[in-house]
Design a protein around this ligand. Sequence first.
Ligand SMILES: Nc1nc2c(ncn2[C@@H]2O[C@H](COP(=O)(O)OP(=O)(O)OP(=O)(O)O)[C@@H](O)[C@H]2O)c(=O)[nH]1
Ligand SMILES: [Mg+2]
Length: 242
Amino acid sequence: MMSVLPPVRRDRIVAEIPQCFKKEACLQTRDSFHSKVISACKQQRTGTVGRFKISKVIVVGDLSVGKTCMINRFCKDVFDKNYKATIGVDFEMERFEILGVPFSLQLWDTAGQERFKCIASTYYRGAQAIVIAFDLTDISSLEHTKQWLQDALKENDPSSVLLFLVGSKKDLSNPSQYAQMERDALKVAKEMQAEYWSVSSLTGENVKEFFFRVASLTFESSVLAELEKTNARRIGDVVSKY
Ligand SMILES: Nc1nc2c(ncn2[C@@H]2O[C@H](COP(=O)(O)OP(=O)(O)OP(=O)(O)O)[C@@H](O)[C@H]2O)c(=O)[nH]1
Ligand SMILES: [Mg+2]
């Protein structure tokens, strides 16, 4: 059968699980994908993952912390120094190939401005991962991350959604300011049970690494959930025969 989609970009191919940024605030420290996931991918038993399923990631956080720039750096490799507020929401699609399986990620870029929050929050539902962004040079934006998380969790299943806390504009913070900010952010990340990252969209530092990590962990949890569903169905079949 002919495929309607162009092949996945060569720089979106993942064969090994990308490592976390800081061991102290890390969703998992395994140095390879879950063995069940590896064998499911080898046998092409990933169910809807890789076929119809599109995984949703939402990016939330205060206005002007750099959410749009982060997504644009990753998806388009560009950086705009002028601030253009996101109105409501925007989204980008990114296609990966992980362990040989095609994987589509929808990145939802939401508005931080209070007056757009109402529109933006209607798009929070059904996220597999939540990225809470703050500005590494602005402590108040870190303090607000808990509120952003709370709002986003209202629309999602807290037990299955993956959380990432990401500090932006690393290029603007000096080493001592950065060290203090990171100490605070690690504390917040641990409380939230989020994985911590810091990036710069201006220089590109850690941006690709961060989104690859998001994609890989989202993929892994989607495949594991799919395997669980299949197992539950099989057990159901056996039980219903008697
Ligand atoms: N130096 C530097 N500036 C950045 C970086 N990321 C974003 N900025 C600047 O910060 C401002 C806000 O960036 P945006 O990405 O538009 O912020 P946002 O979080 O999307 O804002 P809203 O859409 O209003 O919620 C812009 O002027 C960007 O150029 C960075 O990594 N380094
Ligand atoms: Mg924006």
